[in-house]
Design a protein around this ligand. Structure first.
Ligand code: FAD
Length: 425
């Protein structure tokens, strides 16, 4: 029988951001309703690379989960990154520090089809969480100090709630967030978006035995790159991304870029000669985090891609979605205690995100600008191995360091580059 469901906190979207928010709340015994338009397992177009930051949050939510996934061969731990400059000069950057006492949680790769489903099923352990799958939140109106959410009129839908009322919405509904566009007034500037495609390959040669991920900063894709991320079953997630305004202006065909690179580039063509693409490439959007703006409002907060928090240089979004999910939950907890869901009280969510991610996203933007000069990236790659300091800096940018350390290192690299440009070395 259809009825209205009423809750204090409603989370829209059960991706990494939404699930982190729901579990963080549940661990504090705070109930929430989670709406997910798909039914798990479902695909999500992604490079499938989880940073050390994502690992840390997953471990905080369930200290055994990563170990369990490793034993079931659902994840492949990544020991480092292999970066290639436009001149194809490579730099291998291991994640483990020489000093083992400073060892950080490693990143890993895992198909989102598998990981998201397992992560979402973690919510079943908490009676505080009510997950409604196959529930696409369609419209958001307000009456009597509450949001009224209505579901998409899907005839196959198994949900029994045409309406949900809630005091607070945590919108974690991804890159095309209906809530961010309809209610929070998000503007879609193509300079602040990326476009990417992903394809799974089998039978390719030379995948790194230590799970190193490969990034190729090809001139035609800058500030984006081509990636090859090995997976636990011997296949590889391979794809390309670049900024959406460049795709439009330069009429870049991402699928052709990927095929041409794999078939013609020395070092890649040999490895892909006998490779097979498992299914045609699929594309999706990356909302890049340039500046943290209006990510909360009266009775709502935006999380992850809905808040445009993807690092504009590395393209990493999963870890930031989880960080913002956890912070939104902490803020929601305070709101529930004080029964204050006003715009003013939620503003501290923006401030905390700014304090934790703001500087890093700004540096990502600066590094993105740097990629306008491919010869500079060549120079960095050429000198990285010989010059300890450049290598150390590069290492920390792609390592699982804490945020302030990462920001310091990136700043130091930018300063070194500035000096070199000034002195023409
Ligand atoms: C090509 C590509 C490659 C990428 N590679 C990487 C990578 O390797 N590493 C990395 O860290 N990041 C990568 N990213 C970014 C990463 O995928 C995202 O940043 C991350 O998934 C954001 O998590 P989220 O929880 O905010 O949103 P999502 O993961 O998109 O989850 C949103 C959820 O909300 C649901 N939903 C949407 N609308 C509604 C609605 N109206 N009602 C109910 N439910 C709804 C969706 O079904 C989905 O389950 C990549 C992105 C792209 C496009």
């Amino acid at each position: 029988m259809n009825s209205i469901l009423s809750t204090d906190i409603c989370i829209i979207g059960a991706g990494p951001g939404g699930v982190t928010a729901a579990i963080t709340l549940a661990q504090k015994r705070i109930p929430s309703v989670v709406l997910e338009k798909s039914v798990f397992p479902r695909d999500k177009v992604c490079g499938d690379a989880f940073s050390g930051r994502a690992s840390e949050i997953i471990t905080r939510l369930n200290s055994e989960l990563i170990d369990q996934l490793r034993k079931k061969s659902i994840i492949l731990e990544s020991q480092g990154t292999h970066l290639f400059a436009p001149n194809m000069k490579g730099v291998r950057i291991p994640f483990r520090s020489e000093d083992h006492s400073k060892e950080k949680t490693l990143g890993f790769t895992s198909r989102r089809f598998d990981f998201d489903s397992i992560f979402a099923s973690e919510m079943e352990k908490y009676p505080e969480i009510k997950l409604l799958e196959d529930y696409e939140a369609k419209s958001f109106t307000k009456a009597n100090g509450k949001w009224i959410i209505t579901a998409c009129n899907n005839s196959n839908s198994r949900n029994n709630y045409p309406e949900i009322t809630t005091k607070l919405i945590i919108a974690a509904d991804g890159a095309n967030s209906r809530f961010a566009n309809q209610v929070a007034g998000r503007k879609t500037d193509p300079r602040h978006y990326g476009a990417g495609i992903r394809a799974y390959y089998s039978g390719m040669e030379g995948l790194d035995p230590d799970g190193f991920i490969e990034l190729y900063f090809l001139k035609s894709l800058l500030p984006g790159y081509l990636w090859i991320f090995p997976l636990s079953d011997g296949m590889a997630n391979t794809g390309v991304w670049t900024r959406s305004d460049l795709v439009r202006r330069k009429k870049i065909n991402l699928e052709r870029e990927l095929q041409t690179a794999l078939q013609t580039l020395p070092g890649l063509k040999e490895r892909f000669a006998d490779a097979r693409m498992a299914a045609p490439p699929v594309g999706f959007t990356l909302p890049l985090g340039f500046r943290i703006k209006n990510i909360s409002g009266p009775q709502y907060m935006l999380v992850g891609d809905a808040a445009s928090l993807i690092d504009p240089f590395t393209g990493e979004g999963i870890g930031n979605a989880m960080v913002s999910g956890a912070l939104a939950a902490e803020q929601a907890m305070l709101c529930t205690q004080s029964m204050d869901f006003s715009e003013a009280s939620l503003r501290s969510y923006d401030s905390r995100i700014q304090a934790i991610l703001g500087r890093e996203l700004l540096l990502g933007r600066r590094l993105q600008k740097l990629t306008r000069h491919p010869q500079l990236i060549n120079l960095i790659a050429n000198r990285a191995q010989q010059e300890g300091i450049v290598f150390k800096t590069l290492t920390s940018m792609f390592q699982n360091l804490d945020r302030s350390e990462r920001s310091r290192s990136t700043l130091s690299l930018l300063n070194q580059i500035r000096k070199r440009m000034r002195f023409g070395s």
